[in-house]
Design a protein around this ligand. Sequence first.
Ligand code: SF4
Length: 405
Amino acid sequence: MNTLAAPLPRRKSVPVNVGGVVVGGDATVMVQSMTNTDTADIDATVAQCAALHRAGSEVVRITVDRDESAAAVPRIRERLERLGHDVPLVGDFHYIGHKLLADHPACAEALAKYRINPGNVGFRDKRDRQFIEIVEMAIRHDKPVRIGVNWGSLDQELLTRLMDENQKKGFPMSADEVTREAIVRSALLSAELAEQTGLPRNKILLSAKVSRVQDLIAVYTDLAARCDHALHLGLTEAGMGSKGIVASSAALAVLLQQGIGDTIRISLTPEPGGDRTKEVQVAQELLQSMGFRQFVPLVAACPGCGRTTSTVFQELARKIEDDLRRNMPVWRQKYPGVEELKVAVMGCIVNGPGESKHADIGISLPGTGETPAAPVFVDGKKAATLRGDDIAGKFEAMVTDYIEA
Ligand code: SF4
């Protein structure tokens, strides 16, 4: 019996249309990212939005923090459209979002969604009033909002109130539990206020980001059980390099496996001057490795061991993967289904031929002491044996021929 293992069914959520991209409901889990340019620098922001969109970001968020940024938004939108990048832009607002949206109607119109952080939209009586002003702006311009709670800027009045209540009851909850409850409650109360203001449920997404893996899993599991809003997942301040990738993947994988999450962002701190598109690649690889979506052909490569003393096969695997990823925007248009392709690049005859036969096209390079010949398998059958100095080049050409055929 061949029964494929699968995640739990997706949690039912109300779908939200973000500039033509549906998030939630029956839609597939969407990948998004955020720029780190000064939005007032139009050239830099257009270039980064285009790079993120080209890499596969289906929605791009940009900071709107002052008048100059808000004034730049419609021009960024126009420039991107002229370049063929019809990617929905989300405005990230803090503190003065209500004012920026009111003073810059062209910005309010150009954005596909507004992100509101209920923790820093204002204090006391101003908080609700300014929150409502943003929601009214969203209603006027027919835009959805993401109510994005972040524990680094959690509503302190709400937290203090819940801490006081906990104390009066004799501390049934730990301080961490109260904080998690405040994060979830902040999102839910804000969503309630948005709906009371007149924003329909299919215009509201929620997120509740924290920076520790177990806290994130607990917060989203609770939030998912207490509402049917579409959820944006992300581990905030995940960090740099492998730490950020592992922490984000660990947290999001557990939630996605439970059917929780409608869109994801992997927040990685790039190395100075580093490539921002890395976070899109990681998000895609996470969804692809879990079997939710297929973005690029799968390149299966063995890890190598004492039977391989050269790095030829790792270099070939890396090159094939990079070439496939680079060519995908064009190939996806020309060869529908190309992302389903499986390529194997193996280091010796122990597992090489077997793995290669399971791929659409695979090569088994010679290990140390083996005959210097590399059998290539196409659709499970041996199609060629490559020899000589340019085995890698010949195999790359065979992969391209296979795709084009
Ligand atoms: Fe080692 Fe060969 Fe297995 Fe690769 S396929 S890990 S080289 S035994």
